[in-house]
Ligand binder design. Sequence first.
Ligand code: VG1
Ligand code: CO
Length: 542
Amino acid sequence: MIQTVQTTAFTDQKPGTSGLRKKVRIFAQPHYAETFIQSVFDSLAEIQGETLVIGGDGRYLNREVIQTAIRMAAANGFGTVLVGRGGILSTPAASHMIRLHKAYGGLILSASHNPGGPDEDFGIKYNIANGGPAPEAITDAIFARTKTIDRYLTLDTPDVDLDRDGETLVGTTRVRVVDPVAAYADLMETLFDFPAIRAMIASGTRLSFDAMHAVTGPYATEILERRLGAAPSTVVNGTPLPDFGGHHPDPNLVHAHELHARMMAPDAPDFGAASDGDGDRNLIIGRNIFVTPSDSLALLAANAHLAPAYAKGLAGIARSMPTSQAADRVAAALGIPAYETPTGWKFFGTLLDAGLATICGEESAGTGSDHVREKDGLWAVLLWLNILAVRRQSVVEIVHDHWSLFGRNYYARHDYEGVPTAGADALMTALRVQLATLPGTTVEGLTVTAADDFAYTDPTDGSVSLKQGVRILFDGGSRIVFRLSGTGTEGATLRLYLERYEPKDGKLGHEVAEALAPLITAAEKLANIKHHTGRTDPDVIT
Ligand code: VG1
Ligand code: CO
């Protein structure tokens, strides 16, 4: 018997860069998750009898919200619900499952790289039938609905046993608990030359993968250790924990410092990698060399043809605006288009669906391809391994080779976290006011060639996204970009992206901080960061 529960609307359920993210204590309020999930269902067209995929990254509240979502999906008329065993589905595996089963869509329960636990973050994201994050038209509709909603539908049924594969009925809806890993691992085997990678590992190449106690543990163990024969100790922190072991599951040099230390040690493995809470990001570290995500994107694009799935070449390369322009140089050399989109994977979906781009990436350690519609951490790791297996060179040799062909885009991102919102907004407003007068002026010896607030028109459907970040371009290819994060749950996070291009015959061996020093000073002069944020230094540099 379907129950209609009366509720009042919440005012703070606006989806951000990647779904709705809030502190657990906010999500745990009565009817909070229900109101958002019902707003999602109410924003969809005809869902009667359709299939919905549900899974999450295993963080605190995951199982509870999955049970809620199953009952509500049944009450709202979905015919089938597919749920990952244990409530687990990495974001790319969920994307694949939606596509594989031709589902109507999916709910992914994750706050991704944000920490988990009773005092930390939770999130809900809706993905559409192509497997990708809902585009802005849908997230806007969901937000509009959250403001007026006054009821949700559910059933009074017992919890589904999430730990046993098989099918049960919830109301009249078939709920199938499925292996979260197998189909994804099978997909990876179709894309890459597993025998070549297996042979490379068998001949002594050593790997280290830090799953950060997040969702990729079971995936990496199955793929790297079982299917590719890497040593049993290859995957570290491989058990997903509701609080990620108290760590921040963000694969960068700050939060994955143990992996970094291991890769810089005298007996370092040949290849190191890490992923984030929900498995869609990747950090790549070779022995003695950290590969910036922007360089990794460019390198993967330049070498993708070495893997079976991309042997026939790429249709195009897409990157988010703040991501370094290294990938554009590869696209130019390959004679294929380069696309520049706003931050967030939802903007790549239409390009991938239309066959305009094959590989996409973001500076925030996200890379992926048209095999799913999300960024994919283990995919990037496997493409790297496939390239290493074919080229038979070390990571450092491959990176240096790349720079000597294309030049080097020195790059860093400075994050100022938990800044008072008013200060962050004032900083952005003051920058926007200056934009028209900046071109032609000189800051720190750098001449501004263009300055704007990035606006994007999707080439496939013409949809327009405004105010996606302030960018200041300088003579010679250097850039400074400012934007506010759309994934944080406390105050504002200012992201400052710094990039300087050095041609192939230039100085390729600088320290990054040294190469970017004039840009850092210029950013302070242009934006008065200290004044507006009250901070003298960034919290995190990646
Ligand atoms: C950040 C990153 C962005 C990424 C998004 C989701 O967004 O900058 O590139 O797509 O997180 O990643 P923002 O708005 O905070 O800058 V994940 O792995 O947290 O889903
Ligand atoms: Co993520």
